[in-house]
Design a protein around this ligand. Sequence first.
Ligand SMILES: [Zn+2]
Length: 221
Amino acid sequence: MKMQYHPDDATLLGFANATLERNFAVLVACHLRHCPRCRQRLRQAEQLGAELMQRLQPAEVSADCKQALFDRLDESTKLDPAERSATVTAQQHEPLIPALLQHWPEQDFDTVPWKRIAPGIQQHKIDLGSSNLSLLRIAPGTCMPSHGHEGSELTMILRGSYSDEIGRFQPGDVADLDDEIEHQPIADRDEPCICLVATDAPLRFNSWVPRLMQGLVFSFD
Ligand SMILES: [Zn+2]
């Protein structure tokens, strides 16, 4: 899989230090599993984080806190090296990948219980509690409403492709968008485009018809 667009370094750093929202972390984990370039960047981000930690001034911690830390270290050294390395890999790259995405890119999305939300657009919400993560299935040639963002939006292409003002996104590619970007994705005409979308705030549509759709498509219930 040849990927051209990746999560930006700030997103990877957030993944490395576990400060990403759960929906973003799941999407990044799916991408990392198939992207050697980002796994390498992630290792660099982790090293950077470790160096920053070393430069911090020592601070007094409670006896309970110290004991908890030592207990965790004891637990980790009980594992043999192979087991320890496997645990780290699982924790870093596959923390919460839903069953639905475990077999991607071979995954058959025909069995997903899609819900039609607009002409040419179907959605399946992945249950992550309050965190907003959806699969979208966009019919060939369908134009998504032009929109901006109040917060961040991460989109990973699972099948097919779409094009927008930024470029052409193909399987594995991630669009990492912030509140300054407005775009209008159009699914390419050869096959449906299936993508995984994580958002942390409502999208900002630029005309009134999609605004009516907003509650249906990207609701935060
Ligand atoms: Zn990547």
